[in-house]
Each structure stands twice: as structure tokens, then as C-alpha cells.
Ligand binder design. Sequence first.
Ligand SMILES: Cc1cc2nc3c(=O)[nH]c(=O)nc-3n(C[C@H](O)[C@H](O)[C@H](O)COP(=O)(O)O)c2cc1C
Length: 429
Amino acid sequence: MNKAANPALPSTLNNVELLSQPITLPNGQVIKNRLAKSAMSEALATIDNRPTPLLDKLYKRWSAGGTGLLITGNIMVDRKALGEPNNVALENDRDMAALKRWVEAGSANNTQLWVQLNHPGKQVPKGLNSRALGPSAVPFDKKMQSFFETPQELAEDEIKDIIKRFATSAALAEEAGFSGAQIHGAHGYLVSQFLSPHHNRREDQWGGSLENRMRFVKEIYSAIREKTGSDFAVSIKMNSADFQKGGFTEEESLTVMKELSGLGIDLIEVSGGTYEAPAMSGAERYKSKAKESTLKREAYFLSFAEKVRGEISVPLMVTGGFRSQQGMADALRTGAMDLVGLARPLALNPEFSANVLTEGEVESPVKQIKTGIKMIDDMGMMDVAWYARQIKRLAQGKSINLRENPLLALIKIMASNGIQIVRNRRVRA
Ligand SMILES: Cc1cc2nc3c(=O)[nH]c(=O)nc-3n(C[C@H](O)[C@H](O)[C@H](O)COP(=O)(O)O)c2cc1C
């Protein structure tokens, strides 16, 4: 980390002054304040995965809303490997003009705009892609098997192709004017599947020891660096842990972060969990394992960030749970993190950051969305489904609907996804 550019934040600053401090990343990029929008999948692309004017409208609202860094929802590196219908896919220069319009909207007001790049691996709704792929053919938890199928094991040449695709997508994003790329290495998607000894049972150079399991992410990182300029930010979102039996642990996560820090990564965002164990959205059963001192703080993963900060100096963003100006300022004052990651608060109010940076006590009304049906509520999908509907309303210029019934919202989304999955297959045929 460029320590000279980021001296410790003075303890005399009040909350607003503290959160308004700019930060310089190792690549020299300046983020104008300490608030960052974490990736939220918009699912606003066309059925053949092209960016639409709805994305421009949405990001115009977010870049006008005071947040220093905006990270897009996950953009797929392969159209044949979507995470949801209507994801944007970035494979070639087909959509350069639309991408440039998106950049213009999202980087207004001196806002940094990065793409998040993803490959879902096995974590993909049944029937969406012609094949579900993973490091190994490990089935999902029983209760998830009606939604997700057991993947086929990736062949070596397919692994190499995916690595190349991440680099190609990053280079295209840079050409369009995005100022950075984030590798989605969290929440149970392909990069995190490779890291996890539960999902990755390979016995070749891509599996087994942690050194082998992290080869995939290290190669993706190096391939992106090779294809992009030195002022382009490269970041990763990583799990503190998977919260799964036999999964990726905090100790392993720390080791991977140290490696990526040694390679020169510009920012690490800390999250946690998967759809099988949705710690990222603050499900109570993961929180209850946390220490009392952690519960008093808003952030779900701050204790882990404190451990990371003791070992590496790369800028850290912590995401999950931030709701109040005081909670954000207190977390920054611990010195364990540099950027506050916000997702759902910005889905409910695109100006939330501006309010945090100007007003006194500000608190987001974000709540966990529950249907009352345990099987559904135990998965991470309900929150994503309900908040995604609010994001669509923002893009359409409508006001959000805090009272939207969770079960009805879920039924509507599942019906719409079902239709889109069929349409998607036709488009591909
Ligand atoms: C609608 C929605 C879509 C999301 N999509 C993504 C995504 O594409 N990539 C990602 O890394 N995280 C995604 N997340 C997780 C958020 O980035 C974040 O980690 C999580 O919501 C916790 O932060 P919060 O408490 O501020 O909402 C999504 C969350 C929501 C609500």
C-alpha cells in the first residue's frame, strides 16, 4: 500500500470528515471518499446479455449520489456461463458503444467505476446454461438440489480458457473507460469453488494443497495485469470463510490474501458465505457464532479484517451490515479497514452516501427479507431477489417499495426467470 499517500486517519476528525477522506490506491487511483458501492447484480441486460439504457439510468443515479467507488453487478466472462438470465456478458467489442455510455453515466462527479467479473461455476439455476461446471463434480447440499445441479468437472483446457476470458473482459472494460476490475472470488462462485477444499477435490495442479487451489485465482490476477495498464485498478472480493463444513477457512483466506497482496493487488474486499451458507447477507445463524464485541458493531466481517490488517497493508474494503453513519465511522476508526462497502442501503436509496456525508445521524432501513418459509429463508436468494426488484425500480425512475411482499416478489422473479431461461435457450439455439 502506498502508505505515504494514506497516513493513518487523524483521530480528531468527526464522522463526516472521516468518511469524506479520499484514499489513494497502490496504482495511484484516488477514490474521493470512503464509501463504496459493493457489487449488486442488476439483471438488466438484454436476453442476449448486452448492456441496456436502464443500466445508464441506474448508474447515473448512483454516481450522483455521492459514493466514491461504484462496482458493477457481476458481469460474466462467458455468455455460455451465466449466473442469472439478463446478466451482462463481456466477451468481445460487440457492445463497446453501450459500455461507453454506461461508463459516462457511472463515472460522473469524479466517481470511480469498476466492473466486477464473474464465472458462476456450479452456482447457477438449473437449466440456465447448457452445462453446469465446477472444479469437481460435487453435488449441492440436499435442500439445494432442486435449484442447482451437480456440475461436470472442468477439463484443463477449459480452466485455461476461463482464465483468459477474465483477462479479455478486463481489457475490454478498460477500453470502454472503466477504471478497474474486481475478480468475484466470493459467495460460492467459480473462483471461490476452486479455493474451497469442499468444492475442489481435484488431484492435479489445480486442487489438493492450498497452493494448488489458489493457482486459479493467481493466474486470473496475473492474466488481467498482463492485459491492462498500470493505472487500471485490479481488486478481488473474497470470503473471510465459506461457513461450510470442510470449506475454505479464515486461515486459508488470510494466506490467499497475503499472496495476492504480494503480487500487488490494489484492493481486497472482504465478505463471506455462499448460497448454501449465506453469511454475506447477515443470516442470524452465522452471526450467532461471532463474538459479542462483533455483534455490537454493524459490520459482519470486521473482526476478520482486523486479523488481515495485522498481516498485510493492502487497502481493505469490508462489506456487509453497514447501516449507520456512526457504525461506518467507528469501523474506520478501528484502523482495520479503509473503505466501507455498501450494497442494500444503496438499493433502497441511491443518495444514501450523500446523506451519510452531509447529515447528522443517518441510518438505512435495510432489513433481511423473509418469506416465513424456512427452506427459502435459509438460502441467500430471497434477499437478492427482493432487493433486485428495488434496483429495477430505481433504474426505471420509480420510487422503491419497502412494503413489497417477499413471497409475491419471489414468485414473480421465479416466474420471470423461468420465462427468461426458456428465452435464453432459444437465443442460444
Ligand atoms: C440484489 C443483490 C445482488 C447482489 N449481487 C452481487 C454480485 O453480483 N456480486 C457480489 O459480489 N455480491 C453481490 N451481492 C452481495 C452484496 O455485494 C453484499 O456483499 C451483501 O449484500 C452484504 O452487504 P449489505 O449488507 O451492505 O447489503 C448482491 C446483493 C444483493 C442484495
